[in-house]
Design a protein around this ligand. Structure first.
Ligand code: ATP
Ligand code: MG
Length: 286
């Protein structure tokens, strides 16, 4: 086997665009022409397989692919012998239980002795078992949300993101049983060479993800406000402080986290900062 890392990504679906966008942000160029099932990166030792997402965990287990990107829901349901390498932060959704919106709901015990339609019998079965509920699981492969209205099942367990599909089928979400996002899976027996390529890829993904969670901030401040302002800025290390041409003023540069963004900006303004600029960071290596 030559030293190329083979990655399986979804051919066409909700994971495809974000999976390829992430690869691109890692500086890896791949020509995935229409309908292609296989492609090679031109500037990184990586080969791409474009597959149905259902098949990806199994292919990674069997070594047909070395790594793969799938929804955690699919990875958990397929339950293959693979390593979960990394959460990727996109394709976020949840698996939920839903019932006819006209039914009253008192709690999980309402499902005792009832029937549930789902494409996720393993995840649902584990959940019911953990909650000591006996219910009938009807495995169906699609259009799960119509099951209650056609009398196939009392409730369903399916993927929800906004909830609009449930609503348009007259259902209401009553329990979230699994939270999902795209994950990277890897084969358990990668060669040393392939592991090295995977480490390089993960280094790049980390840099892209860290950059997305952070912003570069520049501001001007009177020198007597500097101490307060520096205390507000968490930064990677201590912020850079440069004198301005105007006497008694400095320019302060730092990095702030997206999560605390508005609180920090408000604090800075109150402390006397002016001309605050916030710019995205493309890559960030800590
Ligand atoms: P395939 O043809 O490859 O089998 P599929 O129809 O099974 O595709 P998609 O609908 O493309 O699957 O969804 C792929 C994954 O994207 C799901 O397993 C889930 O992790 C995630 N996902 C599904 N629905 C949403 C949503 N509305 N928002 C965000 N992520 C979602
Ligand atoms: Mg699928």
């Amino acid at each position: 086997m030559k030293n190329t890392l083979r990655i399986a990504v979804q051919k066409s679906g909700r994971l495809s665009d974000d999976s390829l966008a992430l690869i691109k942000e890692c500086g890896i160029k791949v020509n995935n022409g229409m309908g292609k099932l296989k492609a090679e990166a031109s500037n990184f030792p990586m080969e791409f397989l474009f597959l149905r997402d259902d098949d990806i965990p199994g292919y990674v287990q069997d070594g047909v692919a070395d790594i793969g990107i799938v929804g955690a829901n699919e990875a958990e349901e397929k339950d293959k012998q693979v390593d979960w390498v990394k959460k990727l932060g996109f394709s976020k959704c949840r698996l939920s239980l839903a019932i006819d919106k006209a039914e009253t709901y008192n709690g999980i015990q309402d499902f005792e002795g009832k029937s549930l339609a789902t494409s996720y019998p393993k995840i649902l079965g584990d959940y019911l078992k953990a909650n000591k509920i006996n219910a009938d699981i009807h495995e169906i492969s699609g259009s799960v949300e119509i099951a209650p209205s056609i009398g196939l099942a009392y409730g369903i367990c399916d993927i929800v993101s906004s909830g609009s599909t449930l609503m348009s089928n007259g259902l209401k979400e009553v329990e979230v049983i699994f939270k999902s996002e795209a994950v990277m899976l890897a084969n358990k027996n990668l060669s040393t060479e392939k592991k090295e390529i995977l480490d390089r890829l993960i280094f790049r993904i980390d840099a892209v993800q860290t950059a997305k969670n952070n912003k570069y901030i520049l501001l001007n401040a009177p020198n007597d406000a500097l101490e307060n302002i520096i205390n507000i800025l968490p930064g990677m290390k201590s912020p850079t402080v440069l004198p301005l041409a105007t006497e008694g003023w400095s320019s302060v540069h730092s990095v702030i986290q997206e999560d605390d963004f508005w609180e920090i900006i408000e604090g800075l303004r109150n402390a006397g900062a002016q001309g605050i600029l916030v710019v995205p960071i493309e890559k960030m290596i800590l």
